[in-house]
Design a protein around this ligand. Structure first.
Ligand code: SF4
Length: 413
């Protein structure tokens, strides 16, 4: 049934509007497309108080110690008080809301799966009661993402998973180890296969880290991926160059592949993947059930590369991408907030240790206490539609920002 899964779900956030050709005029006679290719629909979604995105860090600890990681793992599991404060914040946001989105990040969010499940259950119930659409996804290493947990998450509309592989087996395990030093590939791969066996709707973005010493190995991964997932459109590949994201881990990355090199490396890898799929389709043409292999490999979702993004908590779902629109980082959207495991509020999922990204705190009663100047500084790209700053707003924020604390009662910002 996998080929039947609609990538463009009618209820997806993308359905709040649709892509439009540049020359098209809106009913009010104004052009649909704005400077630098942004669309009015895109900007409306980024600033609408009827949408709320919460990027939630249920713990900042991790069961892995990837050599290149930029995090310090100091903050542990979200306290009971902060979890309750998030529930109260959700209560306050229900009025007038149309879409609530969760993005789970960490640390490894499923190390604190009880927090993920509790808050997802609460939010789903509230959204169901108020007729609000609720969706969510996780950036997870997938080490504990077995079928039972995946089923439970998907039943709570947490049905998007960004899962990273750093190569096939040996090339992966040399960088992606557990805290005790053991490799992680086999467990992640088995959990991916477990996901494939589920007869459910979800999306998995497999993020492939490209580095100079794993390119040959990635050819193996392409063939194995084609064989194992057989064109299942719920799974798609997102190639990223491994790069210094800060911290001690970032310093271990020498001579990283550049963005332009990545584009050159990606094309033959994708070709290998499609070639393996075509061979498989040829071999199985007369013997396989009709849905095992895609009718056309060209229909497998390919994520559009966001050339101006620094790093993001989760790739966009393929079903939400509108080809041709410039990327807007969630950090620059007024309706997106990061809630750290200690209740501090931020915007960006990379600059955890940067004061510019510490914009306030979630209070125990669910209200936010925000530093308005710091908050507003994140909107520089949206304000002037500068493509680079919209794609990665922290680059446009001065190091020193005058601070001005304000209380916020939870409706919109
Ligand atoms: S502001 Fe830049 S570094 Fe931070 S999450 Fe957005 S794209 Fe990534």
């Amino acid at each position: 049934m996998n080929d039947e899964l609609a990538i463009d779900e009618p209820n997806s956030a993308a359905s709040l509007g649709s892509a439009a050709p540049p020359e098209e005029l809106a009913p009010d006679g104004l052009p649909v497309t704005l400077p630098n290719g942004f669309t009015r629909r895109q900007i409306a979604e980024a600033i609408s108080p009827r949408i709320q995105e919460l990027i939630l860090l249920p713990t900042e600890k991790c069961n892995f110690r990837c050599t290149y990681c930029y995090e310090d793992f100091e903050l542990g599991k979200m306290s009971e008080e902060t979890q309750r404060a998030i529930e109260l914040f959700i209560d306050k946001r229900m009025e007038g809301l149309e879409l609530l989105k969760f993005s789970w990040f960490g640390g490894e969010p499923l190390v604190a799966k009880d927090v993920v499940l509790r808050l997802s259950r609460y939010a789903k119930q509230k959204c169901d009661e108020h007729g609000v659409k609720f969706q969510g996804g996780l950036t997870t290493n997938a080490y504990v993402l077995d079928q039972a947990l995946a089923r439970e998450l998907i039943s709570l509309n947490q049905d998007f998973f960004q899962i990273t592989l750093d190569g096939w087996k040996e090339a992966h395990d040399v960088l992606r180890q557990r805290a005790d030093g053991r490799g992680t590939f086999d467990v992640i791969w088995n959990n991916l296969l477990g996901l494939k066996a589920l007869d459910l709707k979800f999306e998995v973005c497999v993020r492939i880290h490209v580095r100079r010493d794993n390119i040959e190995n990635l050819e193996i991964l392409m063939r194995e991926f084609a064989l194992a997932f057989q064109g299942d459109k719920r799974f798609y590949l997102d190639f990223q160059h491994l790069r210094d994201m800060g911290g001690d881990g970032g310093k271990t990355i020498e001579n990283p592949v550049s963005y332009l090199e990545l584009i050159e490396i990606e094309a033959p890898l994708r070709a290998s993947y499609h070639q393996a799929l075509r061979a498989l389709r040829g071999n199985l043409a007369n013997s396989s059930p009709p849905n095992i292999v895609s009718d056309t490999t060209a229909s497998i979702p390919v994520l559009v590369k966001a050339k101006n993004s620094g790093e993001s908590a989760g790739s966009q779902r393929a079903s939400e991408q509108v080809v041709g629109e410039p990327y807007i980082c969630y950090a620059g959207k007024p309706n997106s907030l990061l809630i750290r495991s200690n209740g501090r509020i931020g915007k960006c999922t990379v600059a955890f240790y940067d004061d510019r990204n510490d914009i306030g705190v979630l209070l125990p009663d669910g209200k936010l206490s925000l530093d308005k100047a710091r908050l507003n500084s994140w909107f520089n790209g949206i304000e002037d539609l500068d493509e680079a700053r919209a794609g990665c707003p922290i680059g446009g924020i001065a190091k020193e920002i005058k601070t001005h604390k304000v209380a916020f009662v939870g409706k919109s910002i």
